[in-house]
Design a protein around this ligand. Structure first.
Ligand code: BDR
Ligand code: CA
Length: 315
């Protein structure tokens, strides 16, 4: 089993990524940590609790993290509604987040892993603020990180929030720069990949049939409301499945093709603030340490998602 921490800002697609992980026996979710992103921190944290209650997994702790980026003011998402879950309404949670800060919990889990000679994979589905802080506070624990698998960035494709920049990177580029300079192993799921995994009426129909109040029914509702009606940008009317690609990658890496490169993040330019730039050809001489996903088997992704989230509803 792969032990993971899911650092996220739920978020419609964060929710799907989490449900997929919970339905996957290959993954052991040690904690869900939240960060300011699509919606303010408190809303992300409440949503994380709601999702775990929906899936009957209140044994997994939720820890709130940073409520703003390292520098500057927060920006919020545009496609998730004020409550962060689109049109989906989930009951108010009866559970509480743990009092410990997200970064403290990450450190605690990494320390425990170190003692046991194990490693943890950190998944980031939102701005990288919490992970950047962990790197600054606990450099001695980084050797216990197996890999950082993240949704973020736009390389050979335009940005989705500005001309050049993807939302998670734009929301905290300084954090992303710290993360990608730390010499860890990275897998990046940028827009290059996520725009290949578009919803379509057929793919969404694979999630039909869940009982009211089940994870499957919630997923169907979220997917049904995710269309963008912007075929010029996406090649179809559907919506891109961003965050689930992270957890699907962990379980089914054969559905993805990557290219190895060093990643740089622009923090100084006005026009290109938050842009991710890859050194594809080794021009800088810096060590290539990021596997950047460039190709996705989209039917494969939606099919395993429906299988796993269905199994969660039957459990
Ligand atoms: C990313 O931004 C958020 O809106 C999504 O949850 C995803 O993590 C896509 O740019
Ligand atoms: Ca997200």
């Amino acid at each position: 089993k792969k032990s993971i921490i899911i650092d996220c800002d739920p978020g419609v697609d964060d929710t799907l990524a989490i449900l997929f992980a919970l339905g996957s026996p290959e993954l052991d979710v040690k904690a869900i940590t939240t960060v300011c992103g699509n919606v303010p921190l408190e809303v992300c944290t409440q949503n994380a609790l709601k999702i775990l209650e929906l899936a009957g997994r209140t044994d997994i702790p939720v820890h709130a993290g940073c409520d703003s980026p390292m520098i500057g003011e927060p920006i919020f998402g545009k496609f998730h509604g004020a409550g962060g879950l689109g049109k989906l309404v989930l009951p108010d949670p009866v559970t509480q987040p743990s009092p410990q800060h997200a970064v403290g919990k990450m450190a605690e889990l990494l320390r425990a892993a170190k003692t046991n000679n194990e490693k943890l994979t950190i998944c980031t589905l939102g701005p990288m603020t919490n992970l950047a802080l962990l790197i600054k506070l606990h450099p001695e624990l980084l050797s216990s990180i197996e890999c950082v698998v993240s949704m973020g960035g736009a390389y050979r494709i335009a940005g989705n929030r500005t001309l050049t920049s993807e939302f998670n990177m734009l929301a905290d580029p300084h954090a992303a720069r710290i993360v990608y300079s730390a010499g860890l192993d990275y897998v990046a799921l940028p827009l290059d990949a996520t725009h290949q995994a578009m919803t379509s009426p057929e793919r969404v129909s694979w999630f039909k049939g869940g009982e009211a109040g089940s994870p499957l029914a919630a997923t169907y509702e979220l997917l049904s409301g995710w269309s963008r009606n912007d075929p010029r940008r996406y090649g179809s009317d559907g919506g891109p499945m961003h965050d689930p690609l992270v957890t699907v990658y962990l379980v089914a890496p054969h559905l993805f093709q990557t290219e190895l490169a060093k990643v740089f993040v622009e923090c100084d330019s006005q026009l290109c603030y938050g842009q991710t730039v890859a050194d594809w050809y080794g021009q800088t001489g810096e060590k290539a340490d990021a596997q950047i996903v460039q190709k996705v088997n989209a039917d494969g992704v939606f099919s395993i998602m429906s299988e796993r989230i269905r199994s969660l509803s039957q459990a």
